[in-house]
Design a protein around this ligand. Structure first.
Ligand code: NDP
Length: 292
């Protein structure tokens, strides 16, 4: 079997060309899209993610504001920053980089973000809209996975999708999106008995566990579409996914590489959500039909 690559770098480039145009149309109307990124503390992985997001803003023509707050920032201080950004008309998207230090209640912070600026799609209102089949802001990684499938004309309708990992930011929302697109969905988690018995049934397999190379070719049906969300740094410094990529070649019909698959799409979808938030704010300000 010829295995084709779901290339997140190439698709991101294509989407960027389209969405840069929409960002620049807003800028020309005197309403440039703006994203505020808040990071608390010194987590090195978070610092890299934030740097990449700020760079993507520059590429997409999105104005960015980065707030680097010290580790000892209190919950009340962080809430005050969010309140200010909620009220700032030049800010259309607010992203709080996770994880937060342990003394800050993550749910409290997420709940404080204006749902209309929640470009990560983590606020319970946006989670509820997604679950109800009326998505507004879809979390970026699941949204990016659906774009990758669509770009390759992989239609989930009637297919058996198996999602390994059921976190709020990846597994659960991608399972809901696949369900809404007509797939029969199985969720697996760390308690699942005989994981391979489930993964072998998948026409579309999404793996998001944070367990390096958890899924190998023996666990995959011939011709399956395999989406690897995992990003794991091994002790030798190399980056691997949750799927043994090499073993998929010749077995899967499609596979995402790590890096270069889902990762770049996550950042691209963040930019798209921010431009959409800005378009919606512009429409509200001009009493036009809300485009979201
Ligand atoms: P979480 O740790 O929040 O969730 C992991 C999920 O995997 C849980 O549901 C857990 O089960 C399940 N799990 C863990 N071990 C197993 C196992 N052996 N068998 C079956 N299920 C298992 O992780 P995230 O969803 O936040 O992230 C998952 C991976 O994706 C990480 O590698 C992360 O770095 C990466 N990631 C990549 C992104 C990208 O842009 N490419 C974006 C976000 C994440 P249980 O619920 O029982 O604990």
């Amino acid at each position: 079997m010829d295995t084709r690559i779901l290339d997140g770098v190439a698709l991101s480039r294509k989407l960027r060309a389209e969405w840069q145009g929409r960002a620049s149309a807003l800028a020309q109307a005197g309403h440039p899209p703006g994203l505020a990124v808040l990071i608390v503390g010194q987590d090195p992985a978070s610092a890299v993610y934030v740097r990449n997001k700020i760079k993507a803003c520059a590429d997409f023509g999105v104005r960015s504001e980065q707030l680097e707050l010290p580790e000892q920032t209190t919950e009340a201080e962080l809430l005050r920053h969010i309140d200010r950004l909620n009220r700032d008309p030049a800010v259309h998207g607010i992203l709080v980089q996770l994880p937060l230090p342990k003394h800050i209640a993550t749910e409290k912070i997420i709940h404080a973000i204006d749902p209309a600026k929640d470009v990560d799609g983590f606020h319970p209102l946006n989670v509820g809209l997604l679950a109800a089949g009326q998505p507004r802001f879809v979390p970026c990684t699941p949204a990016g996975i659906m774009e990758l499938l669509d770009a390759a004309q992989i239609n989930p309708w009637g297919q058996h999708a198996v999602v390994v990992g059921a976190s709020n930011i990846v597994g659960k929302p991608v399972g809901l999106l696949l369900l809404q697109r007509g797939a029969t969905v199985t969720f697996c988690n760390s308690k699942t008995r005989d994981l391979a018995a489930h993964t072998r049934q998948a026409d579309i397999l999404v793996v998001a566990t944070g367990r390096p190379k958890l899924v190998n070719a023996d666990m995959v049906k011939e011709g399956a579409v395999v989406v690897d969300v995992g990003i794991n740094r091994l002790p030798d410094g190399s980056l691997v996914g949750d799927v043994d990529y090499q073993s998929m070649l010749g077995k899967a019909s499609y596979v995402t590489p790590v890096p270069g698959g889902v990762g770049p799409m996550t950042i691209t979808m963040l930019m798209i959500n921010t431009v959409r938030a800005a378009e919606a704010a512009y429409a509200r300000a001009h009493k036009a039909v809300n485009v979201l």
